[in-house]
Design a binder for this molecule. Structure first.
Ligand code: IMP
Length: 202
């Protein structure tokens, strides 16, 4: 199957490629098509992922995969959540990380948080599947590690004693929210039981 990866994030592309390669799908980048991503104005990760995948699938008449993800911090009542990419209207990962640390300045450990990812796969016949993955962790007082993107260097996985930014792509994929959502998708396809009936967007 030929699948367009509807994301322009290099970090996400890398993580998707690693996992999806095992399905034998031919993966195409968005840059090969003259189509624009729609605005992310859904209220949930599911809505946003489906809007993105469906819009690219509709425009290209091909299968499209998109994800929507975010960081939910317990002390901030789940913020930044679906707004993680534009937290505080900051323009860069570094600024968003500083903004998060500033919000948590007076919050003692354990500063519980979780990453959530929803992957949507939209088919040209209008059917869209979605798969969710989550991982719990703690927000550190300062960054640790060089790898990854976004809030990776602030997110500690207690069981490993490492932040996401201290893991290789492969190590991160095994446990991350995106990796887990991807695993659910891979399982569905490998068992010949994709959840194609989930919804049909008009
Ligand atoms: P979106 O899924 O493109 O809307 O972006 C979600 C935002 O959440 C990203 O821009 C990152 O700031 C953050 N995020 C999502 N997944 C991760 C991750 O694996 N590591 C670090 N930050 C992430």
């Amino acid at each position: 199957m030929r699948v367009i990866l509807a994301t322009s994030s290099a970090g996400k592309l890398l993580e998707f490629h690693e996992g999806l390669n095992s399905l034998g799908w031919e993966l195409l980048g968005l840059d090969q098509f003259n189509v624009a991503m729609p605005p992310e104005d859904g209220a949930t990760y599911e809505e946003n992922a489906m809007i993105k995948a469906a819009s690219i699938s509709l425009a290209t008449k091909m299968v499209a995969l998109a994800d929507d993800s975010g960081l939910e911090v317990e002390a901030l009542n789940g913020a930044p959540g679906v707004y993680s990419a534009r937290f505080g209207n900051k323009k860069s990962d570094l600024e968003r990380n500083l903004h998060l640390l500033e919000h948590l300045r007076n919050v003692p450990q354990p500063r519980k948080a979780k990453f959530v990812s929803v992957i949507a796969l939209a088919h040209p016949d209008g059917f869209v599947e979605s798969y969710r993955g989550e991982i719990e962790g703690l927000i550190l007082e300062g960054p640790r590690g060089e790898a990854g993107f976004g809030y990776d260097s602030l997110f500690l996985v207690p069981e490993l004693g490492k932040t996401f930014a201290e893991l290789s792509v492969e190590e991160k994929r095994k446990i991350s929210h995106r990796g887990r959502a991807l695993e659910a998708l891979l399982l569905a396809y490998k068992s010949g039981n994709p959840r194609r009936e989930v919804s049909k967007l008009e």
